[in-house]
Design a protein around this ligand. Structure first.
Ligand SMILES: [Mg+2]
Length: 124
């Protein structure tokens, strides 16, 4: 299963990639912001089945990125996991309203990511 990692920090992308590997997912592609992320989703040779995205990024942030995904017929059902430093209830409400499937608060460990992935990938 191919996963798209969207984060403006190369270090964070590497951490996420390593944690994905721990969870058994080793097919990941990366983008540095929402604009690049959309280009990956629309241009990928193999379909992307899960998106993990940061909130704060230049060009297009995670919230606008998720809104763009939800507005596209061919992408709107894609599971999106948001990783954020902001754990305030109102921010989480904003993320959910934008269409995020689930979220993780930084810092997180590989086990937490694994559990969230299982939740996100299991139909409710
Ligand atoms: Mg960021």
């Amino acid at each position: 299963m191919r996963v798209l990692i969207v984060d403006d920090s190369a270090t964070m992308r590497r951490i996420i990639r390593n944690n994905l590997k721990f969870a058994g997912y080793d097919d990941a592609v990366e983008a540095g912001n929402g604009v690049e992320g959309l280009a990956c989703l629309e241009g990928a040779d193999a379909p992307i089945e899960l998106v993990i995205t940061d909130w704060n990024m230049p060009e297009m942030n995670g919230i606008d990125f998720v809104k763009a995904i939800r507005s596209k017929e061919q992408l709107k059902h894609l599971p999106v996991l948001m990783i954020t430093t902001v754990a305030e209830r109102e921010n989480i409400m904003v993320a959910l309203a934008a269409g995020v499937t689930n979220y993780i608060v930084k810092p997180f460990d590989a086990e937490t990511l694994k559990k969230k992935l299982e939740q996100v990938l299991t139909p409710a």
